[in-house]
Design a protein around this ligand. Sequence first.
Ligand code: ATP
Ligand code: MG
Length: 368
Amino acid sequence: MRVKKITLSSFRNIDYAEIPFKEGMNFLLGGNAQGKTNILEGIYLFARGKSFRLSKDAELIKFGAGGFSAELVFEGKEREERLAYRFDGKTREKRKNGVLLERTADMLGHFRAVLFYPDHLQLVKGSPSERRRFLDVAISQCYPVYLSLYTRYAKYLSERNSLLKLAQKGNGGYDFEAQIAVYSDLLASLAAELRLYREEYAKKLSVYAKDLLYTLSGEKESLSLTYHSDTPYEEGLDKAALTERYKTALSSSLPREIGAGSTLFGVHRDDLVFYLNGKDARDFASQGQQRSLVLVLKLAEGKISEALFGDTPVYLFDDVLSELDEERKKFLLEGVGSAQFIFTGCDRASVKDAPVHFIEVENGEVTF
Ligand code: ATP
Ligand code: MG
């Protein structure tokens, strides 16, 4: 998979730009606050269906303009494809090869990209929700149905939590518990489905990341990655059996949940746990170890996508090279194989003699 061109209009600090990309390594070069990350954001819009900065569409509109548009032309496995995203301040319109796409999930699965953003360094020591988000975003790109399941799960979860809060207050003998039980069943079944996707994904991630980190660290670091949950799972457990486990967990903890006013079992409580040489990375990983770990997780994400679709995703690496030492940079620049990379950075020298196509970005304008 390869980005051929992105066209951005009234997007962030970009008035209008048509930016062609080459195969292999591309480097968006420019000083701070010139628009490099904005360009990656414009490209990744098509991988995730929305901004990775968690911004609202209105924030993507160039200050003072009435709307924005973005169009991506990319080389898919078999043919050239075109995705478009337009927002006029009120309604958004997404299209694939001219055909209207109805939902956010419809945008997923066409253009696949792996994003490394400096905030992702929080992945190791940040809250479990960051690691869950990493999994959810990565899985959604491989299996767009996952996003629909997840969206329903989040909706039922929030409704169930509201009921638990009402039950906590107690309300004129109204039977909240029967209503809560209906939500418990809905949640249990969705939790089981999501859990199976996550378990399978975490297993693949573990295999690739372990291998990559071992090489990157000069055979010094051994990674163990596991999916953590209060609801047990063993390899081979099917959806029906897992659903039963969630149902039991939810019904047996109801009094406690009413006391807490929130749902205490389910995939919204889970985590990914990383061990480096037998020690919990959350407590013991150094800055450099965290950086290496996140780097290999991202590369592993790409490998999973490649194995699944028989085609490399596009790697969007924001401000990563300047932070890497020579050894890790070499590992990255030499190990990319045939995939397309789009890096950003302030310093031309950070890629040394690697064959890189430079694109200069200055105040929202681009020269190549
Ligand atoms: P750095 O090297 O510091 O990461 P960058 O080149 O990646 O810089 P961007 O994050 O792309 O910089 O942002 C460039 C500028 O875009 C910022 O100064 C920001 O204020 C501006 N900007 C963000 N949103 C909008 C918007 N909606 N309209 C106009 N400008 C915006
Ligand atoms: Mg930036």
